[in-house]
Design a binder for this molecule. Structure first.
Ligand code: HQG
Length: 181
């Protein structure tokens, strides 16, 4: 499989399983699942060397663990990051005292004014540790880290979820719970 570009494929899978299954005529159910066979067939059409084995390798070895198979392997979904309206049926979880959000300077004024908003995605994404938040921020430039008073938010009635790959999710974070790290 050496000649196939792993990053490119992971991006294609993210695109299909989070944002646009219809691009390759895939059906996604209400919980974000797509038939594994159909996905393999569709991707194979673009990348003839792609097969189930390679998909299994990506799911298993992807550094960010972006995807999961259903128990019997017949279905696959993205663990988080959707813009497609899906209900992942995650259970509410108790957050730690503090969570982190990595962003960049140019968003700061707006964030401090209106809080963290989910934009196109289904949730605001928060990180458990500084290092991860830094990586998330670095995707857009020089990272700026915000701390989120997650426990306090929860006490005030906000609900938190944690995805299968360890990303903390919530609907929005009002500015009073945010601080510059
Ligand atoms: C910013 C990646 C102005 C926010 C990562 C961020 C993550 C605001 C951007 C996952 C704002 C949204 C998600 C406001 C938020 N005003 N800017 N009020 N509220 N923003 O990509 O958290 O590689 O939707 O700071 O690792 O950057 O895709 O969210 O910069 O886990 O698996 O608006 O994506 O994972 O950007 O990243 P995004 P994110 P994957």
């Amino acid at each position: 499989h050496g000649c196939m570009d792993w990053i490119k494929l992971e991006k294609l899978l993210s695109f299909l399983l989070r944002h646009s299954p219809e691009t390759l005529n895939l059906n996604m159910d209400a919980s974000g699942w797509v038939e594994t066979d159909a996905l393999v067939k569709a991707v194979k059409f673009k990348e003839p060397k792609f097969d189930l084995k390679f998909l299994q390798k990506i799911v298993k070895d992807s550094q960010k663990q972006r995807f999961s198979f259903s128990e019997d392997g017949s279905k696959i979904r993205a663990n988080q990051g959707h813009s497609v309206k899906v209900d992942l049926q995650l259970s509410p979880a108790d957050p730690p005292e503090t969570l982190y959000h990595g962003t960049v300077e140019r968003f700061l004024d707006s964030i401090m004014q209106e809080g963290l908003k989910k934009g196109d995605r289904q949730h605001v994404h928060l990180s458990l540790d500084l290092q991860t938040a830094e990586k998330v921020g670095t995707r857009r430039g020089k990272p700026i880290i915000l701390t989120v008073s997650a426990r306090e938010m929860q006490q005030d009635g906000y609900v938190f979820y944690v995805s299968d790959n360890g990303v903390w999710l919530t609907e929005n974070v009002p500015p009073q719970y945010l601080d510059l790290q």
